[in-house]
Design a binder for this molecule. Structure first.
Ligand code: UDP
Ligand code: MG
Length: 195
């Protein structure tokens, strides 16, 4: 069975070649069902595949979450205002909470990193706001707007500099590539939820 990262690549690749989407997803599901694939890997396929939309891998979109520290501290409105006033258009948005299993699937790509346990517990500890955003150069511009992962290193005026509590509880998520933006957006939203 493919590794988590290989599964991720197959899912993204399938979206870019719509005629191959159904066969590629089916063979990926079969490979994972047949083997002793890790639960992260199985979750990745069953969680992301149903909402991924062939032909809709937009390059002007990114995905964000306002994290539990920020929703809990009452920063949600201020952060959304920051996002809109910096030129991002909201394409989809929801207030929700991740189960631990959801957080583990969402962050499967980080499963080997030392902070994976802490990260997934924290991300499932309270409400989040998930959103798909649109703007030219969305991924890079949004990373600029949120600032460095560690708020102590984030530039003044960035969202993390102003609202984050720590390197773990750092107020917001921002996708790091167009492919990951499409994958992450599809975790929460189907095509009919975009407007
Ligand atoms: N994180 C953490 N400790 C670290 C690095 C990251 O708890 O040493 C958490 C943090 O919440 C971060 C998330 O894991 O936002 C994902 O890490 P990544 O390196 O992708 O940072 P990001 O892309 O969010 O800036
Ligand atoms: Mg990241």
């Amino acid at each position: 069975c493919p590794t988590v990262n290989e599964s991720r690549r197959i899912l993204v690749d399938a979206c870019k070649r719509p005629s191959l989407y159904v066969p590629q997803i089916n063979s990926l599901k079969m490979a994972c069902a047949r083997s002793n694939a890790s639960s992260e890997n199985k979750d990745l396929v069953t969680t992301f595949a149903p909402n991924l939309n062939p032909n809709t891998m937009a390059t002007n979109r990114t995905f964000t979450m306002i994290k539990p520290d920020a929703t809990g501290a009452g920063h949600t409105g201020k952060i959304i205002d920051r996002i809109i006033s910096n030129g991002f258009t909201i394409k989809a948005m929801k207030w929700t909470q991740l189960s631990l299993a959801d957080a583990q699937a969402f962050y499967a790509v980080h499963s080997e990193r030392p902070f994976y346990g802490e990260l997934t517990e924290y991300m499932s500890s309270g409400p989040i706001v998930a959103a798909i955003l649109e703007k030219d150069n969305a991924v890079a511009d949004f990373r600029e707007l949120i600032g460095a992962t560690n708020p102590a290193e984030a530039k003044p005026g960035t969202i993390r500099a102003d609202f984050a509590e720590s390197i773990a509880a750092n107020a917001v998520h921002g996708s790091d590539s167009d492919d990951n933006a499409a994958m992450e957006g599809s975790f929460y939203f189907s095509q009919r939820e975009l407007a």
